[in-house]
Ligand binder design. Structure first.
Ligand code: SAM
Ligand code: SF4
Length: 329
């Protein structure tokens, strides 16, 4: 049927699938302490529906990379089986998962055996008290065990995603890097984006990519690796290598012009951007018996409407209704 090309000529090959909006942490930049009104379970796409939509996207629309996320995807019952079924799609997509790492130590081997290729684990601090303040749960040890289990299961290169916030964990860039270097995993910093339901994002509290580079440069020589293509992370070799660190300047240097991502929410909505204010419902047509061609055409139409950029710097910028946890980060 062809590629997913938008009005600006961007070709979309990366599908992010949220498997649940629920989470066992409450990161301050993502969820309020009391959690959110979770999606009604009838509204969640079933395993069969998820596998069907991904199959259509891969076979008919040129998707080559699929990332499972949430909420916390390890909370999705049947996750290992979903991975196994996605790995059977022809042509086989590359399969990745973004997780907070809790419970990962238990399932890392099963996920690898089912066909998962790569994993990203979110970790913002090496200090227990800061972890508790930031995530509102005392689970740092579980996360560290998960990272190491993923690496040992061959889900590499394991990437660790960190968000730095002023007055919270801004001084931890080097500690996080030390941990990642010592454990053979790749660190990537992500600028904090205005996606929290509390609308607490404040540009002044965001630690910028330039600041992060400056902090890391106090102890290391960073050499830019050059062209990042559609990959959002600017990569730097650390000292003489081979280790690298990534910095994703989602706010200060947006990568919208090269964006190749499309998202499917846990309740079956196609979103053409994290910051989109409109969605395209696939759940109703899926449940009304729509054929593959109709589903594919609807995904294509959603991509056609994609805007040039997220416009965070535009005075007319509106934060999307859905928080990050319900979109799929
Ligand atoms: N629960 C999983 C996790 O934490 O990795 C997957 C979902 S989470 C929404 C995906 C990623 O989004 C995490 O790395 C998290 O740090 C990041 N994230 C959440 N809210 C964010 C925000 N406001 N700005 C930047 N990154 C954010
Ligand atoms: Fe949960 Fe991930 Fe959001 Fe933290 S960032 S609350 S782990 S979904």
């Amino acid at each position: 049927m062809g590629a997913l090309v938008d009005g600006f000529g961007r070709v979309h090959t990366d599908l992010r699938v949220s498997l649940t909006d629920k989470c066992n942490l409450r990161c301050t930049y993502c969820m309020p302490a009391e959690g959110l009104d979770w999606l009604p379970s009838d509204n969640l796409l079933t395993d069969d529906e998820v596998v069907r939509v991904v199959g259509i996207a891969v076979r008919d629309l040129g998707i080559t990379d699929v990332r499972l996320t949430g909420g916390e995807p390890l909370l999705r019952r049947g996750l290992v089986d979903i991975v196994r079924r996605l790995a059977e799609i022809e042509p086989r997509p590359r399969l990745a998962l973004t997780t907070n790492g809790i419970g990962l130590a238990r399932v890392a081997r099963d996920l690898a055996a089912a066909g998962l290729d790569r994993i990203n684990v979110s970790l913002d601090t090496m200090h227990r008290a800061t972890f508790v303040a930031l995530t509102r749960r005392d689970r740092l040890d579980d996360v560290l065990a998960g990272i190491e289990a993923a690496r040992d299961a061959g889900l590499g290169p394991v990437k660790v995603n960190s968000v730095l916030m002023r007055g919270v964990n801004e001084g931890e860039a080097l500690d996080l890097l030390d941990y990642c270097l010592a454990h053979g995993v790749q660190l990537r910093f992500i600028e904090q984006m205005p996606l929290d339901p509390q609308h607490g994002w404040d540009r002044e509290l965001m630690v910028t990519a330039d600041e992060i580079i400056e902090m890391l440069s106090a102890r290391h020589t960073l050499t830019p690796l050059g062209e990042r293509g559609s990959a959002p992370a600017e990569l730097y070799r650390i000292d003489d290598g081979p280790a690298v660190v990534g910095v994703i300047a989602s706010v200060t240097k947006p990568f919208c012009a090269a964006c190749d991502r499309v998202r499917l929410t846990a309740d079956g909505q196609v979103r053409n951007c994290l910051f989109a204010t409109e969605e395209s419902d696939l759940r109703a047509p899926l449940r009304a018996g729509a054929g593959d061609a109709a589903i594919a055409a609807q995904i294509q139409a959603a991509i056609q409407r994609k805007r040039a950029g997220h416009g965070i710097d535009d005075p007319s910028f509106l934060q999307p209704e859905r928080p990050m946890s319900a979109i799929g980060g």
